[in-house]
Design a protein around this ligand. Sequence first.
Ligand code: ADP
Ligand code: MG
Length: 353
Amino acid sequence: MNPPLIRHWSLPGGLFAALLAMAVAGCRGELEHASDMYAFGTIVEVRLWGAEPERAQRAMADLQQMFQRMHRDWHAWEAGRLTDLNKAFAEGRSVEAPADIVEMVRRSRHYESLTEGRFNPAIGGLIALWGFHTSTFPVTGPPPSRAQVEALLAGRPSSLDISVSGLQVHSSNPHVQLDFGGIAKGFAVDLAIGHLRELGIENAIVNAGGDLRAMGDHGDRPWRVAIRQPGGGVIGAVEVVGDESLFTSGNYERFRAQGASRYPHILDPRTGWPAEDLASVTVITSEGTLADVAATALIVAGPDDWPEVARALALDQVLVIDAAGTVHLTPAMAERVRFVEDVERRIIDLPGV
Ligand code: ADP
Ligand code: MG
């Protein structure tokens, strides 16, 4: 039932091979679609594999718009829906929020409880005090005074102070200032992958500067992704198949510098001071939201408590680089990382696993 194919058989062998090679090359070109977008201070690279060109184009246009809107609505210090919300909290008013912000509040409440306050997106006031509401790093100059930090801690801001009813949100605590810097990228890649799936796309990777979620595969092979390491560069790589997210948080890229002292941008909400005992944490799990939150929370948990917090979050694939550069990793993570060079590493069993 396929006359053109039958006609091919009568072509001289060499010509047939050449045509076949052209067809494969053409297909390959069309099989991969790549587009860069910008959000949350990073380039988001989207790659699709095996989608029809029209569908791929539509998907890229939709994602461009989604990332633009999320960037605008969720911005922690440029005027928008989130700053409106924070203003309402400070004034004790209820306010209507976009559905995605409401959902992030719900997820935040859940994860703040599970991490016993190590992840706490209500500390926007502290983050601003440290000067981290900026796109330009490093921030320079002396840290805030202990008295200033204590004054903000005394307000005990927590996402658990926020109540949600439909799209109406209200904070019982005027000191709550939401900053979604530790969850936004994860939630955004989940929404992006979800939308691609709705459009019928099966193979994709959404990569926000090394923090990513992937689904399906790259046709003939799995998606291959790098694990970043402190000081730049790559410590190893993993193959991602099916539906997985990989997120890294570190204390090395964004910080305040004064003389030889460095104050990284992830704060321990319980002390108001930067968490600086771990250099980086990489988490692999299916959802981007959890991977993002977990990477931040484990940095705060530090060298002694990270296994316990990983356990509380039901993670099994974690890689931690401590301040001395030693790599600690769970057995499930060790099974899949291919290190670029011989690094000193220790396998850590999570409690109760
Ligand atoms: P990155 O921005 O490098 O991906 P993270 O995902 O760890 O790193 O997010 C860090 C950001 O999260 C900070 O810039 C700040 O906006 C916010 N943040 C800092 N400390 C906390 C914390 N303990 N809990 C929740 N959010 C935090
Ligand atoms: Mg995070």
